[in-house]
Design a protein around this ligand. Sequence first.
Ligand code: AMP
Ligand code: MG
Length: 353
Amino acid sequence: METKYWKVFKDDINHKIIERAAGIISDGGLVAFPTETVYGLGANGLNSQAVKRIFEAKGRPIDNPLILHVAEAEDVFKLASQVTECAQKAINTFWPGPLTIILPKQKDIPIEVTAGLDTVAIRMPAHPVALALIKEAGVPVAAPSANRSGYPSPTTGQHVYDDLGGRIEAILDSGFTGVGLESTILDLSGDIPTILRPGGITREALSEVLGTVRVDPGLTDLQQKPKAPGMKYTHYSPRAEVVLIKGERENVRCKICELVENYFCMGKKIGLLLTEETWENIDDKVMLSATYSKNLGSCLALDEIARMLYGELRSCDVAGVDIIFTETYTEKGLGAALMNRLLKSAGYKVVNV
Ligand code: AMP
Ligand code: MG
């Protein structure tokens, strides 16, 4: 299949392109589009056949449910059978934005979307191109991240093309996404709001509005099953092995130098994704031994690191790297989402120094 590749400027949206893309969705096709988190792979969320094609194109396990994207907050009432006061507060405060909420589902939502669960995941994104597309399509748009299952999510149109070119009808390319990590998933179907996946909206921000907010213990306790089915899979992983080095800055620097020397001697191609603070103190000889290296900026600017992470993991693969050494971050604020993705992409391989 030929994949149409359309550039769309978010400040000057070409509505002819949006109409064509929405037409593809109405006809049961797949369109990748930008959101403020990562690129999504959209289909008509009320059409079982179209939704099944998402799973085929991505190679996604069918027991991993999808998020329905809406263009108006009121649409939540068409999709959820119960919208609590707490859900209303969350919607009023954080939509449009990187917050997905889980609520009891309406009966007519296809089983493929919810993977048989009695709840549904809903989000209103804050990207003008996403909103224009969903509005024009006139249906809730089911959209997981537009990557091959297990690979880091796409943060540019080119990433989508690299993964899904030839497998989907169209890509709307609007440049880099904003947050760079997926939405926070908040389960509001029980008594206490529970984070099932940390993301663009922090636990701290949610607690300020909603009071007590729990974090699904399955996210950190590997013996427990996470409540979001998608969180149990290996995920966000480049082809290269990822290893996290954790400890005092000077110890981290020394360990990275030692590992680079050892792996270089073994003939391995090395990737280094480092904070500015570590980067500045690495010897030139060590740096030159790396096939790919990137200064991610200050460890204090977590938003910038989050924005760059997936693209840099992909760049390591493009450079043919065998092993990537990178660092760990505070788990406060956006750091919770960043560390969740890093740990998963590393398969929980952490060298403590
Ligand atoms: P993605 O669209 O690739 O960001 O993945 C969506 C995430 O939402 C996956 O981790 C799913 O398992 C999760 N999800 C979707 N629907 C539900 C639901 N009803 N209950 C819990 N998790 C869900
Ligand atoms: Mg995904």
